[in-house]
Structures are given as structure tokens and as C-alpha cells.
Design a protein around this ligand. Structure first.
Ligand code: KIV
Length: 274
């Protein structure tokens, strides 16, 4: 019997083929050990710039650099074999022009080995999405609540709460799809609007705080595992790892203080002479 394990990754056309089919399972991932754990169970891992807050304790994503994204992208690629890995383009790395975006995205692809990049924005970045897609860089869009625009939006606010806001957001979705993005994240969006966009555009929509009707869902992994003491309201908790870690650390501290380590005589015993 062959012991060869397939190392074929999920491809961009395979993600596109989920449109109106089985939901796409996505999670964020920033490091090798968790990538290994997620790999067989998700279709797509996003090395999101949310790592600025989650991994680096930043207040928002604006301070995240291309170097940080590349370092975490490499780690996730090393830890995974199956899922399609998408790396976020951080604030300041793609907005200036399609050419600058291409150069930086090509660096991300070449240095990490990931398959695709994600960029925030709708109509205003459509030309860039087209430029990259036509030159071999698959792009995932991200519209609705776009955290890199936090200073302009004045906070993290659900988008499309009044129907008057809908046409602009729908135009963003159409522009990104028509420019060649292979999927688009709909974040923090009124439910009926996200459902309507999902019905209206030809590429998979990936919801986060949007609608169960989306073609897939994504969450920040640490939020759904209970590691964030203040997760967004829409996040369903699948584990309480924060509490588990605290309990484990308490037990460890107790053992250290009691000089109680199982097997310590083996670990620390000195080699007998002769
Ligand atoms: O940075 C991130 O984690 C994201 C997801 C929330 C979609 O963009």
C-alpha cells in the first residue's frame, strides 16, 4: 500500500466552484501549529491582518507591515499542506497604484508560497484587482466593514443598516466580482444586504458577521476558540481555550512552587559516573 500522502492544495477554481454549492469553510490562521490543526478541516486559511491585534496586541490593523504578513504567511504555509492560504495585503501596501500593489503582492506570493492575497475595498480598488488577477495573482476582495478604513468610518460599524446605503455597497460587490476577484469577504454587513449580494454576484461570498446565506463563512480563530476576552457579538464560541489556558497555567505554577514534577528524577538526574 502506498504511504504517499497527497500534498495537493485546494485551488482557486475549486473555491470558485463552491458558488451556490457546499459552503466554503474558512478560518484565520497566523502560525504553524494551528495551521497544522486546521489544515484537514478548512478549505481556506486567511493570514489576516487582524494578527496585528491578536498576535501583536495592536489597537487596530493600521500598524501591520508587509514584513509581518510575510513572516506569518511563511509560518502558515510551513504548517499546512491542504488548505488554500490567502495572505492579507496590509494598509499602505496596495492603495497607491496597481503597480505598487502588484510589486508588493508578488513579494507576498514569492516569499511565502501562498496562493492568493486579500485586499479591502470595492469600486476604488477594482482596477487594482483586475491588474493583479490578469497578471497571475489571485485576489480575494473584502467589502462592507473594512477595518483598514477605521479612521474614516469612525469605528467598527455594521454597514448597510439603512437601505439608502445599499446601492453603493452592491456596486462595490459587483465591481470586485467583475474585476476578477475569485471570492469576496462580506464583513459586518446587514443580513438582508449580504444575502442579496450573495444571490446577485457570480463569485462566492464569505461572510463574517453578515449572513448565513453567504457561500462560506470565516471567523477569527482565536475569537471562536474563546481566546479573546471581548469577541464580537456575532461570534459563536466553540471552545473556552482562554479559561483552559489559565487553569493549566495555575496548575503549572502550583507544581513549580511545590517542586512537584512527575518524572523529575529521570529528567534531571545526573549521569552516573562509569
Ligand atoms: O484580518 C482578518 O482577519 C480579516 C477577516 C476578519 C476576514 O480580514
Amino acid at each position: 500500500m502506498s504511504a504517499v500522502v497527497s500534498t495537493k492544495r485546494v485551488t482557486v477554481p475549486e473555491i470558485r466552484a463552491h458558488k451556490n454549492d457546499k459552503p466554503v469553510v474558512c478560518l484565520t490562521c497566523y502560525h504553524a501549529h494551528t495551521a497544522r490543526l486546521l489544515d484537514d478541516h478548512v478549505d481556506l486559511m486567511l493570514v489576516g491582518d487582524s494578527l496585528g491585534m491578536v498576535m501583536h496586541g495592536m489597537e487596530n490593523t493600521l500598524g501591520v507591515t508587509l514584513e509581518m504578513m510575510i513572516a506569518h504567511g511563511k509560518a502558515v504555509m510551513r504548517g499546512s499542506k491542504h488548505a488554500l492560504v490567502v495572505v492579507d495585503m496590509p494598509f499602505g501596501s496596495y492603495e497607491e497604484s496597481p503597480q505598487v500593489a502588484f510589486r508588493n503582492a508578488a513579494r507576498v506570493i514569492q516569499e511565502t508560497g501562498c496562493t492568493a492575497v486579500k485586499m479591502e475595498g470595492g469600486t476604488r480598488i477594482a482596477e487594482t484587482v483586475r491588474y493583479l488577477s490578469e497578471r497571475g495573482i489571485p485576489v480575494m476582495g473584502h467589502i462592507g466593514l473594512t477595518p483598514q478604513m477605521i479612521q474614516v468610518m469612525g469605528g467598527f460599524k455594521t454597514q448597510g443598516r439603512t437601505e439608502a446605503e445599499w446601492p453603493a455597497i452592491e456596486a462595490d460587490a459587483r465591481a470586485i466580482a467583475q474585476a476578477g476577484a475569485f471570492a469576496v469577504v462580506l464583513e459586518g454587513m446587514a443580513e438582508p444586504l449580504a444575502a442579496k449580494i450573495t444571490r446577485d454576484i457570480a463569485i462566492p461570498t464569505i461572510g463574517i458577521g453578515a449572513s448565513a446565506e453567504c457561500d462560506g463563512q470565516i471567523l477569527v480563530m482565536e475569537d471562536m476558540l474563546g481566546l479573546n476576552p471581548h469577541p464580537p457579538k456575532f461570534v459563536r464560541q466553540y471552545a473556552s481555550l482562554g479559561a483552559d489556558i489559565e487553569e493549566a497555567v495555575k496548575a503549572y505554577a502550583k507544581d513549580v512552587r511545590a517542586r512537584s514534577f512527575p518524572g523529575k528524577e529521570n529528567v534531571y538526574s545526573m549521569k552516573k559516573a562509569g
